[in-house]
Design a protein around this ligand. Structure first.
Ligand code: C2E
Ligand code: CA
Ligand code: CA
Ligand code: CA
Length: 279
């Protein structure tokens, strides 16, 4: 037994080494990724179930490495944050997204919103406001059709600084959303101190709702409080009709998930796109 224990410990060590090695080689590979045009964006529609229209698309970053294949954002975003490349990569991504969504607006969806993710590191970057407003200007994009998504923990890292940055963005007409809502520890009342327009209910609640009375109760509470405060609520990660029906019943009318569409490259989003009946 002792022998086996030692072997499995060795095995564990070896696995750790392999992981550390992979992180290291990924970290090296990602340094050239922006120059080598290895990043791209995909878009996932956000649908209003009352009108069956896409009200927004969320831009999601992809990395296709020639050596490592397609690396998931949950692996490479932390690397970009560590080496500081998140700022230039995101600067590129915002322009690319503004340009592509601008084209979607011109194709017949003038009010289509772009939802764009910010990491906590970018949120602390002093150049953020200047970067974003310059990009909006350059691409002639209506500020109120841009919604920046930030997680609760990014907001809570430094609540006072957050409030100031958010207020400045709001003054420019840019909207803010709290992403993965419900996974942090802040109270909704506290969050109300920030000028946010939208709450995105984390998909763990959406998935939990069907089987857990507690999850459903939480979603109902979020939807009703947000509704009375004039906030918009988006249910994330909707995969089936039961989840959709429950969200609607609980008062959440904006949804996003594989049931409607996986995130797709701009060119692969279906043509009318804003008028598609879903089944
Ligand atoms: P997120 O912002 O919460 O994005 C939603 C994630 O849920 C996406 O994963 C999306 O593909 C996935 N998703 C959408 N619908 C469904 C569904 O019905 N079921 C399931 N199981 N998943 C669904 P993705 O693209 O892998 O992105 C993961 C995370 O990486 C994002 O979570 C976001 O935090 C981060 N991320 C992605 N792109 C960017 C970016 O450009 N900048 C920053 N800072 N973060 C990004
Ligand atoms: Ca998001
Ligand atoms: Ca989310
Ligand atoms: Ca997330």
């Amino acid at each position: 037994a002792k022998e086996g224990g030692r072997n499995s410990f060795r095995f564990f060590e070896a696995a750790m080494d392999a992981n550390a090695m992979r992180t290291l080689t990924l970290g090296v590979a990602i340094r050239g990724a922006l120059e080598n045009r290895e990043f791209s964006l995909v878009y996932q529609p956000i649908i209003d179930t009352r009108t069956h229209r896409a009200v927004a698309v969320e831009a999601l970053l992809r990395w296709h490495s020639p050596d490592h294949g397609t690396v998931p954002p949950d692996h490479f975003i932390p690397l970009l944050e560590e080496n500081g490349l998140i700022v230039p990569v995101s600067r590129w991504a915002l322009r690319e997204a503004l340009r592509q969504v601008r084209a979607m607006q011109e194709a017949g969806q003038p009010e289509l919103r772009l939802a764009f993710n910010l990491s906590s590191r970018q949120f602390r970057d002093v150049g953020l406001l200047q970067d974003v407003t310059a990009a909006l200007d350059e691409l002639d994009f209506t500020p109120r059709l841009l919604e920046l998504e930030l997680t609760e923990s990014a907001l809570m890292d430094n609540p006072e600084a957050s409030a100031a940055v958010l207020e400045a963005l709001r003054t420019h007409g840019i909207r803010m959303a709290v992403d993965d809502f419900g996974t942090g520890y802040s109270s909704l009342a506290y969050l109300m101190c920030f000028p946010v327009r939208t709450l995105k209910i984390d998909r763990s609640f959406v998935h939990g709702m069907e089987h857990s009375h507690e999850a459903a109760t939480i979603v109902r509470a979020i939807a009703s409080l947000a509704g009375s405060l004039g906030l918009e609520v988006i249910g994330e990660g909707v995969e089936n009709l039961a989840q959709l029906a429950l969200l609607q019943e609980l008062g959440c009318h904006q949804v996003q998930g594989f049931l409607f569409s996986r995130p797709l490259p701009a060119a692969e989003l279906p043509p009318p796109f804003n008028n598609r009946e879903q089944h």
